[in-house]
Write a protein that binds this ligand. Structure first.
Ligand SMILES: Nc1ncnc2c1ncn2[C@@H]1O[C@H](COP(=O)(O)OP(=O)(O)OP(=O)(O)O)[C@@H](O)[C@H]1O
Length: 253
């Protein structure tokens, strides 16, 4: 039987009032799960509840092992170097009784390389662009070597190359290392490319969870966003792509 890394049972979450009907979903080892829904629907609040920083209003969250978390933003009052920020991902393993050693350093270097940001290692974190910071936070989560990564809009500030790099990394971690990844996104195509299963948060506290191809149908996306989304199938160099393109109702120029 496949090992379940993360599962909720009748979970109610929110800031006083529940944002969603009782929620049941699960992410198995090596599975990627996307969370989509309109602004303010409760994606970040859900992630906060899963990682334990927002107490659940009801139901349970079951999680085996630690979680590597990538927040939407992170600010630091201190002028930490990028290397030090990523080294913070090792805090749980290093603990209070030892100093980071060469193994921790090499895990940090590997994480920086996986995100193509090794040249930024000595830069002050606060001097980076928004997209560069997002990559550093992803590297910090990788350095935790957790079996579950929870990523809040990990690609929202990234250019096309880096969007591809993060989606590739997510799939590689799941396939090659059996890591479970849960990520939020506003881009249905990102979910279609990378996620096995998708949780779609709908109006009136409703939700859908299941295989990405089934949940992200045109009608469901219309209901979630109030925007027409068309599935466009493209074959390029022998490979099939399924793009979910919003048909924005903008007056013609
Ligand atoms: N600390 C808080 N205290 C009270 N209400 C909050 C708090 N944080 C968020 N909310 C409210 O909870 C609701 C869900 O917010 P959340 O940030 O989870 O949405 P989201 O789906 O992640 O949105 P977005 O796509 O804009 O990032 C919103 O109505 C928001 O105003």
């Amino acid at each position: 039987m496949t090992e379940i890394t993360l599962a909720t049972r009748q979970l109610l979450y929110g800031h006083g009032e529940a944002l969603c009907d009782p929620l049941d979903f699960a992410c198995a080892a090596g599975e990627v799960c996307a969370v989509l829904g309109a602004n303010g629907r409760g994606k970040t609040s859900l992630l906060q509840t899963l990682i334990g920083t927002l107490p659940a209003l009801g139901g349970t969250v079951h999680c085996t092992g630690g979680i590597g978390f990538v927040p939407q933003e992170f600010t630091s009052a201190f002028a930490y170097r990028v290397f030090d920020i990523v080294l913070m991902g090792r805090a749980a393993q290093v603990g209070l009784l030892r100093m980071p050693d060469r193994r921790d350093d090499s895990i940090v270097r590997e994480a920086l390389e996986a995100l193509h940001i090794a040249p930024l290692a000595d830069r002050p974190f606060h001097s980076l662009s928004g997209g560069q910071r997002q990559l550093v936070l992803m590297a910090r989560a990788l350095a935790t070597q957790s079996r579950l990564l929870v990523l809040d809009e990990p690609a929202s500030a990234l250019d096309l190359f880096n969007q591809q790099a993060v989606l590739q990394l997510i799939r590689r971690l799941a396939r090659e290392q059996g890591i479970s990844v849960l990520f939020t996104t506003h881009d249905p195509s990102h979910a279609a490319l990378a996620a096995d299963n998708t949780l779609l948060l709908l109006p009136q506290r409703q939700w859908l969870f299941g295989a990405t191809g089934e949940v992200l149908g045109e009608e469901n996306l219309q209901q979630a966003y109030g925007v027409t989304v068309k599935q466009i199938n493209v074959t390029h160099q022998g490979r099939d792509y399924s793009l979910l393109a919003p048909l924005f109702d903008v007056p013609k120029r």
